[in-house]
Design a protein around this ligand. Structure first.
Ligand code: UDX
Length: 444
């Protein structure tokens, strides 16, 4: 099928490359020249495992290309596209609601096509507030166009987005229109040979499912984080509590890892958006609200512990392992590490940072603090002479470090483990003062 995807970001690129891999003719419509050049040379503009391979294959086989919005090639591809995905960004506006200006720009561009467009399916892939499908449809109508507008929320996790695309747990099609259901089922069929996983529903329901899933997963994380705070005060071990909980199959074992708070482009934004959407309809979203509050408090875990240990952070040198909001990505959006670094600098401390992938991005994002942050290619070099080591992201490389080496190079033998990767059992053997999330320091 001929498909055009507006937006070559995380969502659009995986979507486009994935659909090109099953023989569709896919065009990515972008406004950023650098991104276009990168994509057309088979490179991803960000780190995502398996994506460069998929992109290069699509480009080499001429199934995939990126074009500039407004170019002749773009006009040609848009004219012949049967399915149009919108995967542009929806940034948070100052009041916390999603800003849809890029979505509407795309609608206006599509509306320039001749005809009434009733044979086209326009699919919303960006996470948008419930009712956006209706607003998009209305905007098309004001231009005298009436394409079929469907919702098809994405459930990709960064770090395993390609695998998630190729083996989806489900595909949700939000449209009661038969043609939309038929075309979308057709393009997703190759990814569900083992089991049918397409679920069709109304557009508004599909829009809300996405928020419900993300807010629920975020709820699990904030719940375990809140219990971990209590465990710390009570003198209980969150690792045992978790073990006791997850054996109950109704609870399950996923998204119950305590940590320094959730980050990324989805959970923080989506929980807040749900709160705003509830307000609009006078349905207070108390749980998402609490989830957000707990998460904000959880992000302070490392800072509060450092303050508790050192009392004064001025001129202290703190080593940080892990900058990205989770492993296997270079994304720093809402990363707890960024919050920690900014607070440490405010308190007069210096930072020695290591991350396997995200250093370049961190240098750009935190450029204004460059004199206070040193970046290291080697994780042990970052720990050299530091007053304490804080683990913020559970990258594989950090999971079993040489504690002997660390005990020799750190100025103070202090480890704050924001992801409970090490545990006091091993670190104590090397004489470390150790605190984990929900693991009290004086745990017997
Ligand atoms: C999430 C959803 O999982 C995905 O379905 C949706 O499409 C986009 O948002 P992503 O943001 O890539 O995906 O990351 P995810 O693996 O869900 O983790 C989000 C955050 O929660 C990370 O900061 C992670 O460290 C944290 N987390 C996750 C925990 O703190 N504890 C856990 O048990 C799980």
């Amino acid at each position: 099928m001929e498909i055009i995807v507006f937006g070559g970001g995380y969502v659009g690129l995986v979507q486009a490359a994935g659909l090109a891999s099953t023989g569709n003719e896919v065009t990515i419509a972008e406004v950023d020249d650098d991104k276009i050049t990168q994509i057309n040379s088979g490179q991803a503009p960000f780190y995502e495992p398996q994506l460069p391979e998929l992109l290069s294959k699509g480009v080499e086989q001429s199934q995939l290309r990126a074009v500039k919005v407004g170019s002749d090639e773009f006009d040609k591809r848009l004219k012949s596209a049967e399915i149009i995905f919108i995967a542009v960004q929806t940034p948070e506006s100052s009041d916390g609601s999603a800003d849809l200006k890029y979505v509407f720009e795309v609608v206006d561009t599509i509306s320039k096509l001749p005809g009434d467009l009733s044979d086209r399916v326009v699919v919303m892939k960006s996470t948008v507030p419930v009712g956006t499908g209706d607003a998009v449809e209305n905007r098309f109508n004001t231009h005298g166009k009436n394409p079929i507008v469907a919702s098809n929320p994405e459930f990709l996790k960064q770090g395993s987005a390609v695998r998630d695309f190729m083996q989806p747990e489900r595909v949700i099609i939000g449209s009661e229109n038969e043609r939309a259901q038929e075309l979308l089922s057709y393009i997703y069929k190759p990814f569900m040979l083992k089991r049918e996983r397409i679920i069709c529903m109304g557009r508004r329901s599909a829009e809300l499912v996405k928020y419900a899933c993300n807010a629920f997963l975020a709820t699990k994380i904030s719940f375990i984080n809140e219990i971990s705070q209590l465990a710390e005060m009570i003198g209980a071990d969150i690792r045992d509590i978790r073990r006791g909980m997850i054996t109950d199959s109704r609870i399950g074992d996923q998204f119950l890892f305590p940590g320094v708070g959730f980050g990324g482009s989805c959970f923080p934004k989506d929980t807040i958006s749900l709160v705003h959407q509830g307000e609009k309809f006078s349905v207070p979203m108390r749980i998402p609200q609490a989830v957000d509050q707990v998460n904000k408090r959880q992000r302070t875990w490392a800072l509060l512990n450092l303050k508790d240990i050192f009392k004064e952070l001025k001129d202290k040198s703190i080593a940080i392992w892990g900058l990205s909001f989770k492993p296997k990505t270079d994304d720093l959006r809402e990363a707890p590490s960024v919050y920690l670094i900014e607070e440490l600098i405010k308190a007069g401390a210096k930072v020695r940072a290591h991350d396997p992938i995200a250093i370049d991005r961190a240098k750009t994002l935190l450029a204004k603090h460059s004199s206070k942050i040193q970046y290291f290619e080697d994780m042990y070099a970052a720990a050299e002479s530091a007053d304490a080591l804080v683990l913020m992201t559970e990258w594989h490389e950090y999971r079993s470090p040489s504690f002997k080496k660390l005990s020799e190079i750190l100025k103070n033998k202090i480890i704050l483990d924001g992801r409970n990767v090490f545990g006091p059992e091993i670190t104590r053997q090397y004489g470390f003062r150790y605190r984990g999330v929900g693991i009290p320091e004086n745990l017997k």
